[in-house]
Ligand binder design. Structure first.
Ligand code: S3P
Length: 163
């Protein structure tokens, strides 16, 4: 199986859907954020605070190359925005955009101290980022699924899309 890379805004359900999808397909799930934290021996807030966001984007571009085959990869919300990172993913598999409404995402992420962008931006700024990124997720992904739906429907749409 070629890899499946899940992308989309923070809180769209990449990790949760990734886990369910990998269970259904009987394959490995890799969480890119968790992989980076393990390799770097630091948390994402620490990486942002110590080295800045541009460095984190370089780490995403670097470590996405190390994803094993036969896997579902839950990427971080900004990873696939970077054309270099997106190209690596596209060459190794299919990029699926989990397209959820801003309010749904925001309800899940607000106040989260493990997400630097949430800590450092207002709701209005996050909405602006959401709108800007949404166009890029659409451009960089192979297909998108309406992720405001329930879990079973989301999984079915992904499975249909990768056939
Ligand atoms: C980020 C999303 C986060 C994490 C980092 C930056 C982003 O992952 O990679 O905090 O730029 O949207 P999640 O999408 O899993 O929250």
């Amino acid at each position: 199986m070629r890899n499946i890379y899940l992308c989309g805004f923070m809180g769209c359900g990449k990790s949760y859907t990734g886990r369910k999808l990998s269970e259904k397909l009987g394959c490995t799930l890799v969480d890119l954020d968790a992989y980076i934290e393990e390799k770097e021996g630091r948390t994402i807030p620490e990486i942002f605070a110590q080295d800045g966001e541009p460095h984190f984007r370089e780490l995403e571009a670097k470590y996405i190359r190390e994803m094993p085959g036969n896997s579902v990869v839950a990427t971080g919300g900004g990873a696939i925005i970077n054309p270099v990172t997106a190209e690596t993913a596209r060459n190794a598999g299919t990029i699926v955009f989990l397209d959820a409404d801003f309010e749904l995402c925001y309800d899940r992420i607000k106040g989260d101290t493990h997400r630097p962008l949430v800590m450092n931006n207002t709701k209005e700024q996050l909405l602006e980022l959401f709108n800007k990124r949404r166009k890029i997720y659409l451009e960089h992904s192979d297909f998108s699924v309406d992720s405001n739906r329930d879990e079973t429907e989301i999984l079915d749409m992904i499975l249909k899309g990768i056939k």
